[in-house]
Design a protein around this ligand. Structure first.
Ligand SMILES: NC(=O)c1ccc[n+]([C@@H]2O[C@H](COP(=O)([O-])OP(=O)(O)OC[C@H]3O[C@@H](n4cnc5c(N)ncnc54)[C@H](O)[C@@H]3O)[C@@H](O)[C@H]2O)c1
Length: 338
């Protein structure tokens, strides 16, 4: 796709992933508009573009009357990332707030279709996969896209809303020929990620020298943390290559236990702390790792950044951009809020 000819809307473009997506689209020469209410997004994430005048920014709530419609004016490609979302502590403890995504996504899709948008790509999630198949960390399981099927069984209200939006897009393609795709992100991390997500929460614990260092759950949970630049590249490819409403996983196939990630982070942070699992805390499923063969087949996408390399970059960024006393003062609240 020749991005220099495209007017692109990124909803939630001031977020962690959204702002990296904006950087990548601007680098490709696209004309970018961001709409974000800054409920969890941060103006600083897009400050460079605002100062240079390289993007247009609408600070508004897409749930307010007329905002979605106004945001679509003149737009050809939409990346829909705006969501009421946080890390595991947030989505477990704020079900009603996450349910607003049902309305938000419905409004945004309807407005995009009405405005004649050429391509719509949605930030979906590994939370659409049936939770009952993700209980046993000793099973070597890779989630393939076809496992999301009736009877559906998504992860919390947040996952159900993502699933309903995927199904809505499929219906819009079938009934109206709407060109669209969903990219299922698996536990993204990297620079600008908030403390309410596991990797950055663990980096923050080591940073403030929390001793004992609390690990949510038994620590046996397995994840495939996926670095933000890989997520962004896959999202852009999903817009370029997928038109029929299909959903594709964006995740590495590296299986990492939370307890091992915690040990790595402590060591790389140059501190010595005792690990203390706390199974009473929100954990999500114990075995969540994507298969990424379909992304390779449909779009030639493969993750380029290993967990080891991404972890080093994220620790470095965190240390350079945070103040120890400030992180410590607000730490417990920031784990479950947005
Ligand atoms: N971070 C992950 O690991 C992950 C995994 C799967 C999916 N996702 C999805 O990726 C997207 C980006 O997530 P993220 O982690 O970068 O940050 P995030 O969840 O903070 O991003 C959401 C953005 O949308 C904005 N927003 C929320 N409600 C809005 C509204 N009503 N009107 C306008 N703007 C609104 C927020 O201010 C924020 O900038 C989200 O859709 C999220 O569900 C993220």
């Amino acid at each position: 796709m020749d991005w220099t000819q495209k007017n692109v809307l990124v909803t939630g473009g001031a977020s962690f992933i959204g702002s990296h997506l904006v950087d990548a689209l601007v680098a490709r020469g696209a004309t970018v508009r961001v709409v974000d209410d800054l409920s969890s997004g941060i103006r600083d994430n897009i400050a460079g573009h605002l100062e240079n005048g390289t993007i247009e920014f609408i600070e508004a709530d897409l749930l307010d009357p007329g905002v979605a419609e106004a945001s679509m004016k003149g737009i050809q490609v939409v990346f829909h990332l705006a969501a009421n979302h946080g890390g595991r502590g947030y989505i477990d403890l704020h079900q009603a707030a996450c349910a607003t995504n049902l309305a938000l996504d419905g409004l945004v899709i309807r407005a995009a279709h009405a405005a004649g948008v050429e391509q719509f790509t949605f930030a979906s999630s590994g939370c659409v996969y049936p939770t009952s198949m993700q209980h046993d960390p000793s099973e070597v399981l890779y989630l393939t896209e076809d496992m999301v099927k009736p009877p559906y069984e998504a992860d919390d209200m947040y996952g159900w809303a993502k699933l309903m939006t995927e199904l809505t897009l499929k219906a819009y393609h079938k009934d109206y020929g709407f060109n669209c795709s969903s990219a299922r992100y698996f536990t993204a991390y990297g620079e600008r990620c908030l403390i309410n997500h596991a990797v950055v929460a663990m980096i923050a614990r080591a940073f403030i020298r929390q001793d004992p260092f609390i690990v949510w759950g038994t620590g046996e949970q397995i994840r495939n943390w996926t670095y933000v630049s890989d997520i962004v590249e896959g999202t852009i490819l999903a817009a370029e290559r997928i038109k029929d409403g299909s959903a594709v996983n964006l995740g590495t196939m590296e299986r990492t236990r939370v307890i091992d990630a915690a040990s790595e982070i402590i060591e790389r942070s140059g501190v010595e702390l005792r690990l203390q699992p706390d199974p009473s805390k929100p954990t999500g499923p114990y075995n969540r790792v994507s298969d990424n063969a379909l992304a390779k087949e449909l779009m030639g996408w493969e993750p380029k950044v290993s967990f080891s390399e991404g972890l080093d970059r994220t620790i470095k960024w965190f240390h350079e951009n945070h103040d120890r006393d400030e992180v410590a003062a607000d730490f417990e609240r920031s784990l479950t809020e947005r």
